[in-house]
Design a protein around this ligand. Structure first.
Ligand code: CTP
Length: 411
């Protein structure tokens, strides 16, 4: 990949490569999604892909002729394969079959699609789709690892029901998730160099502390900041486990989600997964207190009298992780209304954190339960602001800072 083609802005010209597999029908949806976002799309199909979907489908959706062969003289006269390779700002292969992945890993150029991949400097995205046993096969895994080492971005596969009737890992990502990943600015290569292959454990969302079978104490955390970090970390090649309180967000593609309800459940899930973790980020708005007792039956009104609840303190999940012998790099969050630096630095020291990201709440509608955020990040020897931006952008910048600190600590 050359510097000239590693565009940092969203791409305008995307080449979609379709390999032979039943998930080829989902590529039609991908083309539609990309076109909706104003992107020019050209589709190249392998011979086997044509057995699953007719080129006419992609021609109608992309509004461009579809290429299927290296030896089509009329098409070569219109836009030769080298021109097509130069035209593409990004190449996404969806679905990528085991066979196509193997041929790409070997650098073969026996057909138009593999030739284009060799002849293009555009970033390559690969969305595998295959039977779960094939995906788990050591040969496939070795080929995928080769592509990743050479800079290809792997999108999936997901776990779930498969066309072959089995259930497991091998399902192609949904078209929307692929489109989103391909359209995003390229992940920061410096952050990727440090973080790829590392394990991230992350808490997100609120916790619900049950009073009885129908009532609970909770908070308004949407989980969006944590989910944005999980998504961006996955894009950087991290192995992400997301321990999530009750939220209405879908699990980010490629991320393992462990769903929990209360602070105690969250602590248990974190303890179960923390060993072997390189980075721990606590974005969850954990309830500081829970009812001292949970009633098994619905609490009834008693005359006109009120109700006094006794609350006990919840364990501090973040401080517990930071106190471990084999502690990962530990990042906390703090929501403050005033004296941001003083309170954040106090938490940094008291909980023995490596970094803390503080946001001022109640200022401008940004932060808690909103789409945007702005942070002030502190670590023992420094601080840096992350200006008001979408949570996706804030997540990228925060991961960049974590990578920088980790890199510094390593040297
Ligand atoms: N946290 C945690 N477990 C708890 C409480 C908080 O892991 N039981 C984590 C949060 O995920 C967050 C950080 O600790 O990363 C927030 O610290 P906390 O002291 O709870 O902050 P505030 O609630 O803002 O504290 P205070 O009420 O003292 O301002």
């Amino acid at each position: 990949m050359s510097a000239s083609t590693s565009v940092s802005a969203s791409p305008e010209r995307i080449l979609v490569g379709v390999a032979g597999g039943i998930a080829a029908y989902k590529a039609a949806e991908l083309v539609r999604r990309l076109r909706e976002r104003g992107v020019q799309v050209r589709v190249v199909m392998t011979e086997n892909a044509e057995r699953f979907v007719a080129p006419l489908t992609f021609q109608a959706l992309s509004g461009e002729p579809v290429r299927t062969s290296l030896w089509d003289s009329a098409a070569e006269a219109a836009m030769g394969h080298i021109e097509l390779a130069r035209w593409a700002q990004r190449i996404v292969i969806a679905p990528a079959s085991a066979d196509l992945i193997a041929r790409l890993a070997q650098g073969q150029a026996g057909d138009l699609l593999t030739t284009l991949c060799l002849a293009s400097e555009a970033p390559l995205f690969v969305a595998p789709a295959m039977n779960r046993v094939m995906w788990a096969n050591a040969a496939v895994q070795a080929n995928v690892a080769t592509l990743a080492t050479r800079g290809a971005t792997l999108l999936g596969p997901d776990e779930g029901d498969q066309a072959c009737g089995e259930t497991g890992v091998g399902r192609m990502w949904e078209a929307g998730a692929i489109a989103e990943a391909v359209l995003e600015p390229r992940p920061d290569p410096a952050a990727r160099a440090v973080l790829a292959g590392k394990r991230l454990l992350l808490t997100a969302g609120p916790t619900f502390e049950d009073l009885d079978p129908v009532r609970y104490l909770g908070n308004r955390s949407s989980g969006r900041m944590g989910y944005a970090i999980a998504t961006q970390a996955q894009r950087l090649g991290m192995d992400v486990i997301l321990v999530s309180g009750p939220v209405s967000l879908p699990a980010p593609s490629g991320v393992r989600r462990v769903s929990v309800r209360s602070a105690e459940d969250m602590r248990e899930a974190v303890q179960a997964h923390v060993s072997g973790t390189d980075v721990f980020i606590a974005t969850a708005a954990v309830a500081d207190f829970r009812p001292s007792e949970r009633s098994d039956s619905k609490i009834k009104k008693r005359g006109d009298g009120g109700l006094t609840l006794e609350l006990v303190q919840n364990p501090d999940i973040l401080a517990e992780v930071a106190a471990r012998q084999d502690r990962p790099f530990v990042v906390g969050f703090a929501a403050e209304t005033h004296d941001v630096e003083r309170y954040a630095r106090d938490k940094l020291e008291r909980k023995r954190l490596d970094m803390i990201a503080a946001n001022r709440v109640g200022d401008d509608g940004c932060g808690f339960d909103a789409d945007c955020n702005a942070l002030e990040v502190f670590w023992p020897e420094g601080r840096a602001p992350i200006g008001k931006a979408s949570k996706t952008q804030v997540a990228r910048e925060l991961l960049g800072m974590i990578a920088e600190r980790l890199g510094e600590l390593r040297t």
